[in-house]
Design a protein around this ligand. Structure first.
Ligand code: M6R
Length: 613
């Protein structure tokens, strides 16, 4: 979603800020803007569309000497919420005096009443945004101390914010604050850079400070002074970023999505490394913070997440019930807190989120905490809000995921869930030998995935036959049902083909009415219990003219004969097979989208991290 960068340092602020914005492009946005302090004035450039357009605009409007001398500025990529993605609605916004500029992520919920109040005092607004209202409010509160003005304004707003503010009257500082939208500050030598996401910072420094909710910081080129909104100093530790700038580059691939699909043998290896115990036949997940006794006493596991993370939770549901004999259920994070969930201390709530910033998942975490459940998280982004608010959990170690379409985070989520299920299973039902056998299955996952990735060229050929369709159905049974949902989500988000995932048995309860000659059915027909029923469902589709692309088990010639086309994955445990199967579908979606000429890494209307409800 929206992205923030701020810089105060030696010089070159416009260049540093533009580079930062480019690093944030993957989050999804539809306009961009930049504000620079120069000679006690605020200069602003904005443009709808891409950062490249903003860069052209700034170079056309500003003298080239400004690019060398300006040392302070803020910049933004906007994902439209209040008002369309026009130049006028793009950030930064100015206050009434034109001397204070602000960029903002989040939503100011009570902006209408504040706007009406300020209009009554003579303020004029040019945009439809809540952000412009906040900027005017800060200007209205400013009696000669920008920090105090920001504090006073933030006391009056309801909603969420990550902000950065500059003022021509106090050119030696940037004020930044957060509530519900992340802000990370990079600590440099004679320069300080802030952003909503560490990927905009990592090229400058690995040393960062994450702000907590209701923190407000005064940043200069040499200092970072953090307080709460009541002006009480607070201490925040400096952390080291766990990735470098190269991890956020395409590394020779045409798209981040393809790169991240190919990285999966390595990312899965990182997620597994040091976490399997072949002596005990269990897994070691220290971050869970549970004793074997706690685990034995759990009565229920509730998995919450959105989108791809929700689908990973659905695979987890099968794993916990099958391996650990514990009641498990998946709930959409967006609905969780509105249905007044029944939770107690013997219920474990697992929040699953790549970004660790998804607003609905965060709200579910807070609800579960209120209800006294045992709450933990599976996040990829270290130091993210969900990871910090749950306090206990397991990091995915997938490395930065830049493509909006989640790939390596999904497979790492599933592998961590399998390791959790193994640990619970050992405490409740598995013998040591059974535990060791399943640990060996998990250990083999990177190799299984490497075999699927090696079929990239063949999957591209198969995809060519499906790229012209406008509809597709993905079907599966058992743990392959969530894989079908995930395959459909991948295809629709990157190729814009209308794709639906169904349980194979559900098709005949309605959707089968849509089948026509040649309608594509992507069938997860892997050789796992229930395959015979799956083959029956496939025949029902074939009888109505559907074209069947099967994901099947290597060497299963009988099943191959039931298909028009097939992609094979290595033989493995049914739960483990979800991972290579989904990788085949990721490659299929990628190649279909590529053939259709889609903007694969930043699909229209989508954002990498969804920080509004
Ligand atoms: O960061 P999160 O895992 O919480 O994000 C949840 C969804 O927004 C995300 O998985 C989304 O569905 C992806 N675009 C799917 O590829």
């Amino acid at each position: 979603m929206c992205g923030i960068v701020g810089y105060i340092g030696k010089a070159d602020a416009p260049t540093v800020l533009m580079n930062g914005l480019r690093r944030l492009e993957y989050r999804g946005y539809d306009s961009a803007g930049i504000a620079i302090l120069d000679d006690e004035r605020v200069l602003i450039a904005k443009a709808p569309g891409k950062v490249s357009k903003l860069n052209e605009r700034a170079h056309a409007d500003w003298p080239s000497s400004l690019f060398q001398r300006a040392s302070t500025g803020i910049a933004h990529t906007r994902w439209a919420t209040h008002g369309p993605p026009t130049e006028v609605n793009a950030h930064p916004h100015l206050d009434q005096s034109g001397e204070i500029a602000l960029v903002h992520n989040g939503i100011i919920e009570n902006y209408r009443s504040i706007r009406a109040r300020l209009e009554a005092k003579g303020h004029h607004f040019y945009s439809e945004t809540d952000t412009e209202v906040l900027t005017h409010l800060i200007g209205d509160c400013d009696k000669g101390d920008l920090f105090q003005a920001v504090c006073d304004a933030l006391h009056q707003v309801e909603g969420t914010f990550g902000i950065a503010v500059i003022s021509a009257r106090e050119p030696d500082k940037i004020i930044t604050a957060r509530r519900g939208s992340p802000i990370v500050i990079g600590v440099g030598e004679g320069e300080t850079i802030l952003a909503s996401d560490a990927s905009a910072i990592v090229a400058y420094t690995q040393r960062v400070i994450y702000l907590d909710d209701n923190d407000i910081a005064i940043i200069t080129k040499d200092s970072i002074d953090i307080r709460d909104l009541n002006n009480i100093p607070v201490t925040r530790e400096i952390a080291e970023l766990a990735f470098d700038a190269a991890a956020a580059e395409k590394g020779g691939f045409d798209h981040f999505m393809l790169k991240e699909i190919h990285e999966q043998p390595e990312s899965l290896g990182n997620a597994i490394r040091g976490r399997l115990d072949f002596n005990l036949g269990s897994s070691v997940l220290a971050g869970m913070g549970t004793s074997p006794r706690d685990l034995a006493e759990l009565s229920r596991i509730v998995l919450v997440g959105c989108g791809t993370s929700l689908h990973a939770g659905m695979v987890g549901e099968y794993a916990f019930e099958d391996l650990a004999d514990v009641h498990a259920e998946v709930q959409q994070a967006a609905e969780f807190r509105y249905r007044n969930p029944i939770l107690g201390s013997r219920d474990m709530v697992v929040a699953i989120s790549q970004s660790g910033e998804t607003a609905d998942t965060l709200a579910a975490v807070r609800e579960a905490n209120q209800k006294g459940a045992f709450v933990m998280s599976l996040c990829n982004v270290v130091g993210s809000t969900i990871a910090r608010e749950t306090g206990r959990g397991v990091y995915l170690h997938a490395g930065p995921e830049i493509s909006v379409a989640s790939t390596k985070a999904f497979t790492c989520q599933v592998v961590v869930l399998l390791m959790m299920a193994l640990r619970l299973g050992r405490g409740r039902r598995f013998s040591r030998d059974e535990g060791i056998r399943f640990a060996r299955e998990i250990e083999s996952i990177p190799m299984l995935v490497a075999k699927v990735v090696a079929q990239n060229a063949r999957i591209a050929e198969v995809a060519a036959d499906y790229a012209k369709n406008e509809h597709a159905f993905f079907i599966g049974r058992g743990p392959m049902f969530p894989v079908a949902l995930e395959g459909a989500l991948k295809l629709k988000e990157v190729s814009y083909i209308h794709a639906e995932g169904y349980h194979a048995a559900e098709l005949k309860h309605g959707p089968i009415a849509l089948l026509e000659q040649g309608t594509p059915i992507i069938a997860l027909a892997v050789d796992i219990p229930g395959k015979d029923k799956m083959l029956g469902n496939i025949e029902e589709c074939r009888a109505r003219g559907a074209r069947i692309l099967g994901v099947i088990t290597e060497g299963d010639h009988e099943t191959a004969e039931c298909m028009d086309d097939f992609i094979s994955i290595p033989r493995c445990h049914p739960l483990v097979a979800t991972i290579p199967a989904v990788v085949a579908l990721q490659l299929f979606a990628y190649h279909v989208a590529r053939l259709r000429g889609c903007e694969i890494d930043q699909p229209r209307n989508l954002a990498k991290s969804v920080t509004v409800e």
